[in-house]
Design a protein around this ligand. Structure first.
Ligand SMILES: [Fe+2]
Ligand SMILES: [Fe+2]
Length: 295
C-alpha cells in the first residue's frame, strides 16, 4: 500500500540511536538556523534527524530547491502537514523525493507516501506522518490507517516507530499517543518510540516518556522569533484584527528560534527526551554563532 524506502545512515558501536526532531521549519530564517545547528552536531554516535517542513519555503510548502538543500545539509527524514501542497512543484517531485512524507490519511491515490522505513545503526526505524481532524481541514480519519500501518511495519520487522501527528487539538494528540502506546508498547518492548505533535508552532512543556514512548504535545517551530508563529507581525495584525483576507507574509528578522526534541532510543524503549529551545542570530557569522537559551 505504502512503499518503503531503506536508507543506510551510519553504523556505530552502540545500539543506541539519538533522534533529533524539529518542529515546523518556517521560511528562510528557520532553514538557516536548522542547517547551522546541524552543521555543529556530533555525528560520531548514530543520529537520525527528522524535521517537519510544511512551512519551509516562504512559510507555505516546500520547493524542490529547498528540499534538496535541506536533504544535503543533515536532515534524514522530512515530515509535513496541511501546508505540504502549497508550492506547485511538490506535485512534480514528491514521488521521487525519497526522504519526504506527506500525511498518511489523505485519500487513497494521493501522491507521495505517509510512512517510510530507514535503516539506522543496523536497525529498522520507521516514521509515520498523520493529520489530526479536530479544528483542522476535513481529512480521512487517522486512527485506523495509522494502526494498520503500524501493524504492517511490525510484520515487516520494523523495531522503532516515530509518529509526527500534525494536529491542532491537545486532547486529540494526547489521546492518540496514549492509544498507540497502550496498543503496541509493553513492559518488555516499546514499538512506538516517539510521538511528537506539530502544527501549532508553540512548544509545549509536557515532554515525557510514557510506556517507553517519548512524547511531546507540540515540538514548536523553527523560524523568526519576532513574529506571529513565523509570520510577520503587521500583516498578521491586519488579518486577525479585521478578519479581512490579508495575505500572511513570512517574518524575516534574523534572530531565529530552534524548537524540537532530542530523544535517546535503545533497542526496546525510549530512555530520554529533552526539549530543544534555542535562539540564534542568523546575521552573525559562524565564528560568532553562539547559541543562547530561549525563554
Ligand atoms: Fe506549520
Ligand atoms: Fe500545519
Amino acid at each position: 500500500m505504502h512503499p518503503t524506502f531503506s536508507l543506510k545512515i551510519m553504523s556505530g558501536n552502540t545500539d543506541r540511536i539519538k533522534v533529533l526532531f524539529f518542529g515546523d521549519i518556517t521560511g528562510r530564517q528557520g532553514r538557516t538556523a536548522v542547517k547551522n545547528y546541524l552543521a555543529g552536531i556530533d555525528r560520531q554516535e548514530p543520529v537520525f534527524v527528522i524535521a517537519n517542513i510544511e512551512n519551509a519555503s516562504h512559510g507555505f510548502g516546500l520547493t524542490k530547491k529547498n528540499y534538496e538543500d535541506l536533504a544535503s545539509n543533515g536532515i534524514d527524514c522530512f515530515t509535513s502537514g496541511n501546508h505540504i501542497w502549497d508550492k506547485k512543484d511538490i506535485h512534480e517531485y514528491i514521488d521521487s523525493a525519497d526522504k519526504l512524507l506527506r500525511p498518511i490519511n489523505y485519500p487513497a491515490g494521493t501522491k507521495g507516501v505517509g510512512s517510510r522505513v530507514f535503516e539506522v545503526n543496523g536497525q529498522k526505524l520507521a516514521v509515520i506522518n498523520a493529520l489530526g481532524r479536530v479544528f483542522m481541514p476535513p481529512i480521512d480519519s487517522p486512527w485506523q490507517v495509522v494502526v494498520d500501518e503500524v501493524e504492517r511495519l511490525k510484520a515487516e520487522g520494523v523495531e522503532h516507530i516515530i509518529v509526527d501527528f500534525h494536529a491542532e487539538a491537545t486532547a486529540e494528540k494526547i489521546c492518540f499517543s496514549k492509544y498507540l502506546a497502550k496498543e503496541f508498547n509493553n513492559e518488555e518492548n516499546a514499538l512506538i518510540k516517539g510521538f511528537f505533535g506539530t502544527h501549532t508552532h508553540v512548544q509545549t512543556a509536557d515532554e515525557k516518556i510514557y510506556n517507553g514512548m517519548a512524547y511531546i504535545t507540540d515540538a514548536g517551530f523553527c523560524g523568526a522569533e519576532e513574529s506571529v508563529i513565523g509570520m510577520e507581525f503587521a500583516t498578521s495584525l491586519k488579518r486577525l484584527s479585521t478578519s479581512l483576507p490579508e495575505r500572511y507574509e513570512i517574518a524575516e528578522t534574523p534572530v531565529a528560534q530552534i524548537n524540537g526534541v532530542e530523544v535517546l532510543i535503545d533497542r526496546t524503549k525510549s530512555t530520554q527526551i529533552k526539549r530543544i529551545n534555542l535562539l540564534v542570530d542568523n546575521s552573525k557569522n559562524e565564528s560568532e554563532a553562539a547559541f543562547e537559551k530561549g525563554g
